[in-house]
Design a protein around this ligand. Structure first.
Ligand SMILES: Cc1cc2nc3c(=O)[nH]c(=O)nc-3n(C[C@H](O)[C@H](O)[C@H](O)COP(=O)(O)O)c2cc1C
Ligand code: SF4
Length: 443
């Protein structure tokens, strides 16, 4: 099992995703069942039926944990309503952001919750195929998932006649390998079809036309692992946890001066409290910024940290939940340098299919490079604003919009520091080397 620290949290809410199974063998089905595994699937099959199960998930207010926060039940309804000979559910366990271990930790510590969530979703939408998609280089994770799938199959929870005579669920663990973008759902589906990984025009969305043209519900593994808890405890109990508009818990990967690890928190927790799980800079060091959402995340200053950790609130603040990554930076960090490095990474990862993204993200990255090198042109910040506005909404996938976040949030919250680089050619933090050297050479 991967050695990732699970950070302690002040627990006044039920642990849904990581319910303290650390010591046990996560593939031990008997132990998992003693702790309640597959009780939700039994309830769904026996009491709720497909429509009742979808209604329960709708009433719970569950939103997908994969980043966009889309209503899970709406996807299920779209897939169920599409006439098809067969339907598919895909667990997105790709974990695109290499700096976030949230999904890996879940897959390794609670695989049966994901398998059970997949089975419940498949039953609800009438799917006979389910896939757990995971990175090919995640050896330990793959072994755990395959062992757990085998045990669930032997026990009859998935496989032949899993949902009654003639109602099968073929569940497999499939490995995919590619770049950052492969976590995006239409690219992931292409990879599962063995095709080149580039996004597809939407609509149609995968829920109506996905894998091999079949209605396909793609969910992040955390979304799926939440479903059994909702079915067992009821949508009302779930709706009482976390934020009203996006209830439940979510995994975050926090990094800071005192700690680094994964924690399960209720959605709606203030970003300040989430960041504090990693400790706050002390002594001579001051908190300067918190990077929220992974490589394409926003950079928020200390006075913006009271924002609740929800999809909508973070988006309004210029960040996003993304990979669940929350990184605390102290006053040694240079915002221009951070934004530049993140933008370069995202521009390099753009697949190139959409011209505004292919060219626009490159131009954005060049603006960041010029700011850091002290070679900015007059009007660079206006160009940055125009570019960010122009490329948003012209893309095939959300990567383009998200790539603007580091520089745009940097400009929104740390304008004085950007102006120092632009107008005076100096880096207050002394990080952007050509500028720092030029400044010290004059003294
Ligand atoms: C560039 C990019 C990378 C993404 N990477 C992931 C990922 O690694 N894992 C994931 O679950 N969703 C990722 N997503 C979101 C998926 O496209 C999709 O919205 C999600 O898997 C749906 O699951 P949900 O309904 O549980 O949110 C990514 C999106 C984009 C634009
Ligand atoms: S928006 Fe960017 S990453 Fe997405 S399809 Fe277009 S070029 Fe590729």
């Amino acid at each position: 099992m991967t050695d990732v620290t699970i950070l302690p949290t002040p627990r006044s809410w039920p642990a849904i995703l990581l319910p303290g199974k650390d010591a046990a063998d996560p593939t031990d089905l008997e132990a998992a069942m003693a702790a309640g595994a597959f009780a939700g699937l039994r309830l769904a099959l026996r009491d709720l039926g497909a429509t009742g199960t979808t209604a329960a998930i709708g009433a719970s207010g569950l939103r997908g944990r994969g980043g966009a926060g889309f209503s899970s039940a709406d996807k299920w309804r779209a897939a169920s309503a599409t006439p098809a000979s067969s339907r598919v559910v895909v667990a997105n366990g790709y974990g695109a952001d290499p700096s976030s271990a949230t999904d890996r930790v879940l897959m390794e510590r609670n695989p049966y919750a994901i398998i059970e969530g997949l089975a419940i979703a498949a039953f609800a939408i009438g799917a006979d195929e389910a896939i757990i998609a995971v990175r090919a280089d995640a050896g330990a994770t793959i072994r755990i998932l395959k062992t757990a799938v085998g045990a669930a199959q032997d026990a009859g929870f998935v496989g032949l006649d899993a949902f009654g005579p003639g109602h099968h669920l073929d569940l497999s663990v499939r490995t995919v390998q590619g770049a950052y973008l492969l976590g995006e759902e239409t690219i992931l589906l292409k990879a599962l079809e063995g095709k080149r990984g580039q996004p597809e025009q939407r609509p149609p969305h995968p829920a109506t036309r996905g894998l091999r043209g079949l209605p396909t519900v793609v969910h992040n593994v955390q979304t799926l692992a939440t479903i059994p808890w909702i079915v067992v405890n009821g949508p009302e109990a779930f709706a009482r946890i976390g934020a009203a508009e996006c209830p439940g818990t979510i995994l975050v990967q926090v990094r800071g001066p005192e700690a680094s690890g994964v924690a399960e928190i209720p959605l709606g927790t203030s970003l300040r409290d989430v960041a504090a799980l990693a400790g706050t800079p002390t002594g001579a060091r001051k908190l300067k910024a918190v990077l929220v959402g992974g490589p394409s995340g926003g950079i928020l200053p200390p006075d913006a940290l009271d924002v609740p950790y929800t999809f909508a609130a973070l988006r309004a603040a210029g960040a996003h939940i993304g990979s669940g990554s929350v990184i605390v930076a102290d006053d040694r960090a240079c915002i221009v340098d951070l934004a530049r490095v993140l933008t370069r990474y995202c521009a390099d990862e753009a697949c190139g299919k959409t011209i505004p993204c292919r060219i626009g993200t490159r131009r954005l990255s060049e603006i960041g490079d010029r700011l850091a090198a002290g070679t900015s042109r007059a009007g660079d910040l206006d160009l940055l604003t125009d570019l960010a506005a122009d490329i948003v909404g012209s893309a095939l996938c959300d990567h383009e919009r998200l790539t603007t976040l580091p520089l745009v949030s940097g400009m929104r919250y740390f304008r004085a520091e950007l102006d120092e680089h632009l107008e005076r050619g100096s880096c207050p933090a002394g990080v952007c080397h050509p500028i720092a050297m030029a400044a010290s050479a004059t003294h």
